[in-house]
Design a binder for this molecule. Structure first.
Ligand SMILES: [Zn+2]
Length: 340
């Protein structure tokens, strides 16, 4: 996941102005909830083309949570960060209907992050969660339910009405437009097995409301308890669990990319050392010096291109860019460690 600045894209047409389709839809819902009749109105504005277009622009056609590109054949799921029609953690909650057409509440999501289903997940040991090393990813996986759907666990007091203060909720899910995912999540890259896992950052817990968790199923409660015990970011832990950020299919996709990065790194290093070995030694001139110097220069240029390609893979429009950034940081550290 990477942070996205929502104001980088203008508000969609369907949500702009006092008489926008969004405003009219909101009025209908207000009337319905003021005096509920037989038939509830339907949410439609969030699916407007102008909404999809702006989300596409902001997120570069990627899922807001896992950074997968949407398959060109699969339509984007416009996801409500605060669920519009029901709250999984609170059976009596009507859903945050007043945010059903609110631009700030909409995110693009891939089907796997959004829809509830069983996914194979790695069992992360406490050691892996807190330290750099640990047992390897999927040596023992478990089937576990993930997908956000109507989940919205919070600490504090849940807002139930349009007039309730949203500010008294502390959401346990990361919104990449409101939170900085880097404060809660990081990548652990196992280079020996070429696996990239999302793990929670440690978190002192300062600033958390001291109230209990406001409605959460048993599985989420268990991960929350574990996070509190080990001093990890609650938002990080719950987001990994609910979005399924280490589900098998996703980890496999990321491994594909890690293979590419591994190849590019090897290429950059090899080309660099070849170039170095061809550089003429001014203290010991040789007949082929001019030719060698030319080849070395071209190899350095090639190395630059390879490095630029790696940099491009970490740009906001590239899939799994947060993981690529972690790889590049590691690569830089490895270069320094080489001492040449
Ligand atoms: Zn996703």
């Amino acid at each position: 996941m990477r942070a996205v600045i929502r104001r980088d894209a203008p508000q969609p047409d369907a949500m702009t102005g006092d008489d926008s389709p969004a405003q009219r839809e909101l009025t209908k819902f207000r009337q319905y909830f003021a005096a509920p009749g037989d038939r509830a109105p339907e949410f439609a504005v969030y699916k407007s083309d102008s909404v999809k277009k702006q989300l596409d622009k902001l997120f570069h056609g990627k899922c807001a949570y896992c950074e997968s590109f949407f398959a060109s054949t699969a339509p984007v799921d416009v996801e409500h960060y605060r669920p519009k029609g029901a709250v999984n953690e609170d059976a009596d909650h009507p859903g945050y209907w007043w945010l059903g057409m609110d631009w700030d509440n909409l995110l693009p999501s891939c089907i796997d992050c959004n829809r509830k289903r069983k996914q194979m997940m790695p069992v992360l040991s406490a050691k892996l969660l807190t330290l750099q090393e640990g047992p390897r990813g999927f040596s023992h996986g478990v089937l576990s339910s993930s997908g956000k759907k109507d989940s919205f666990p919070v600490l504090g007091t849940r807002a139930v009405f349009e007039t309730s203060a949203i500010a008294s909720e502390y959401p346990l899910l990361i919104d990449p437009c409101r939170d900085n995912p880097d404060e809660h999540l990081r990548f652990y890259i196992d280079r020996a097995n070429l696996i990239g896992l999302v793990i929670p950052r440690s978190h002192a817990g300062a600033g958390l409301p001291i109230f209990g968790v406001n409605g959460a199923d048993e599985a989420i409660r268990a991960v929350i308890d574990e996070a509190l015990e080990t001093g990890l970011s609650l938002k990080g832990v719950v987001s990994i669990h609910v979005y399924g950020l280490n589900r098998l299919g996703l980890v496999q996709e990321r491994t594909r990319l890690l293979r590419q990065l591994e190849f590019l790194e090897m290429l950059a290093l090899d080309v660099g050392s070849m170039a170095q070995s061809l550089e003429p030694d001014p203290a010991n001139p040789q007949p082929n010096d001019v030719r060698d110097e030319g080849i070395a220069r071209r190899l350095y240029l090639l190395q630059e291109q390879v490095l630029r390609e790696m940099g491009r893979m970490a740009k906001p429009d590239a899939p799994y860019s947060a993981m690529v950034r972690t790889w590049i940081e590691g690569f830089k550290a490895r270069l320094m460690g080489r001492g040449d």
